[in-house]
Design a protein around this ligand. Structure first.
Ligand code: HEC
Length: 535
């Protein structure tokens, strides 16, 4: 008995005192097919057990350094669009500095490597293209689910029907049977069995002008990414809680939320009771430990209880067949104000009183709203895309006030508030970043350089730097508020689909890439004062 207790005691010793050290590194060089140093290749080290992947870029001398790795087995992959990559295994002990060299071979750019912006420019015009463009790229692009799969026309028809069924609230009002047929034939002409499309988009004359280039500074971005427990979770965004966990709503019909422990890579999943496609758009950890969610497909709020770990749903207006419209309602992104009221954007903006169990809908005052955040006084700020406005919701009176953005029809989408209370927002359709100072009630706008700029997720780092992604060009960007200077960084996947960026207490900027089924954060190597890094 004594020895049994001793053994048990020892097991606890290990559990309690073993802390993971992230002190190992892999560095080395990348060469191109010509043997010269290769700049801008992604080197990605994935831990085979935790599936945590750290991705860095090779610099102008072809050098790279992957840091922040725990002891363990890794697969180290090098990749660059248009080249044949390489994967090497590696085994690291604690605090080891390993070296590895890579050589890229000759390869071809694939359609799935392109950004949405490049794809739409290069894919041929034809009947159905504009319907496809208008209805099929709100949630994912064409890269992973169309350009990477070969089907015949019936196969594509079947997949369009599947989308209209599972994502009915989004696609039924807009997509008629006739249009669905045109969309399926267009996808078939591009990616079907008998496609006559150029095998590589790089063979097309327009390709060269669409290639994106990045400065040497951009090679400093580091991505730390986690796999999800299975395919098609479509993690819509990543919200850190005060204990260091990351909460993710799974969009579409996955009907679950996930909780990631960033230290171990473990993800726990919790189902919502909804019997139909919930379209969970948001999972927001509130100060009291509960997690509130907004369901777009059902116009419900959900609340995950920290004690029972179960989700209860609260139904706002629901008219079957009218989902997603102002009459039928939809819940989008959720935030809890300083008095515990649960605000949800969507159509229309709404505020829920958990004590009374009542919804108040801002149909007339605001209408549809998109991004939402809480300021340091506990008041709510939101984007109202329909009227190209931003607005504020008072936690005490429940009253809203809106201000029109200088550029009309600019689609203000997501917003973030800096340390001085200044509101920053992306103007998706105008390719601008907007700044609103609540003290003076004045706006300033920054025009983003280059074509296809579509600012979406947005966050402020520890020293006030503004980070955002351009959705259609697969780029991460930084705006220096002091100089107005903008730096662009490559993302480690095509089809970025980042919809929110949220900062954790360490200053790390969290995102998800729903189409790639990934959650992660990024930082700049050597600049930990900005965005923190691995724990
Ligand atoms: C409202 C969001 C949304 C819109 C709009 C949307 N999709 Fe999807 N799509 C999803 C989600 C979520 C998945 C993953 C879930 C799944 O595969 O079951 C998916 C998966 C797919 C797949 C892969 C299915 C498979 O068999 O693995 C295809 C193909 C697809 N979509 C095509 C389309 C087309 C074509 C359109 C336009 C008619 C479209 N999608 C519009 C959300 C959307």
């Amino acid at each position: 008995m004594k020895s049994f207790l001793k053994a048990v005691g020892c097991v606890f010793c290990v559990v309690l005192f073993a802390t993971i050290s992230y002190g190992s590194t892999i560095s080395g060089s990348v060469k191109g097919p010509d043997g010269a140093p290769f700049r801008g290749a992604f080197v990605q080290a994935q831990n085979t057990k935790s599936k945590i992947t750290v991705s860095v870029l090779s610099d102008k001398d072809g050098h790279f350094r992957v840091e922040g790795l725990a002891a363990g087995d890794y697969q180290v992959q090098v990749k660059a669009a248009g080249f044949k990559g390489e994967t090497h295994p590696a085994t690291l002990t604690a605090d080891q500095a390993a070296t590895q060299d890579f050589a890229l071979g000759k390869g071809a750019v694939r359609w799935a490597d392109l950004s949405l912006y490049q794809g739409i420019k290069l894919l041929p015009d034809g009947p159905g293209k504009s319907d496809w463009q208008g209805h099929c790229f709100n949630c994912h692009g064409f890269q992973s689910r169309m350009a990477s799969v070969v089907r015949d026309e019936d196969g594509w028809k079947d997949r369009v029907a599947y989308m209209r069924d599972t994502e009915h609230y989004f696609l039924t009002p807009g997509v008629t049977d006739e249009m669905a047929g045109r969309i399926a034939s267009y996808i078939n002409s591009a990616f079907g069995q008998d496609s006559t499309l150029a095998k590589s988009p790089a063979d097309l004359p327009g390709y060269k002008d669409l290639v994106k280039t990045f400065g040497d500074d951009a090679m400093k971005i580091v991505f730390v990414e986690y796999d999800l427990p299975g395919p098609n979770r479509m993690p819509w965004n990543a919200d850190p809680d005060k204990n260091g966990n990351i909460w993710m709503p799974y969009y579409g019909h996955a009907n679950k939320i996930g909780r990631l422990d960033p230290k171990t890579g473990k993800v726990d999943e919790f189902p919502v009771p909804a019997e139909m496609t919930a379209g969970i758009h948001s999972a927001y950890p509130a100060a009291d430990g509960s997690v509130w969610m907004g369901e777009q497909g059902t116009n419900r709020l959900g609340r995950w209880d920290p004690v029972s770990m179960k989700i209860t749903e609260y139904q706002d207006a629901y008219i079957p067949g009218k989902e997603y419209t102002t009459a039928g309602g939809q819940k989008h992104t959720v935030r809890v104000d300083g008095n515990g009221y649960v605000w949800a954007t969507g159509n229309p903006l709404s505020r829920y009183d958990p004590k009374e169990g009542k919804f108040y809908d801002y149909k007339d005052e605001v209408g549809a709203a998109y991004g939402i955040t809480v300021d340091k006084n506990g008041n709510i700020w939101f984007c109202a895309q329909g009227s190209s406005s931003i607005g504020m919701g008072d936690k005490n009176t429940g009253k809203t006030k809106v201000w029109k953005v200088p550029t009309d029809r600019s689609f203000p989408r997501r917003l973030a508030i800096d340390q001085d209370g200044v509101v920053w927002f992306g103007e998706y359709s105008a390719g601008k970043i907007g700044r609103f100072d609540p003290k003076t009630e004045t706006f300033k706008e920054y025009v983003l350089p280059g074509a296809g700029q579509t600012p979406y997720g947005i966050a402020i780092d520890k020293i006030g730097g503004v980070w955002f992604n351009s959705a259609e060009t697969d780029v991460i960007e930084h705006l220096d508020p002091k100089t107005g200077e903008i730096t662009q960084y490559p993302f480690d996947h095509a089809e970025i689909t980042i919809r929110e960026m949220n900062v954790d207490p360490e200053g790390r900027v969290w995102y998800t890439s729903p189409a790639n089924n990934k959650v992660g954060y990024f930082y700049l190597a050597g600049r930990t004062e900005l965005t923190g890094k691995m724990p």
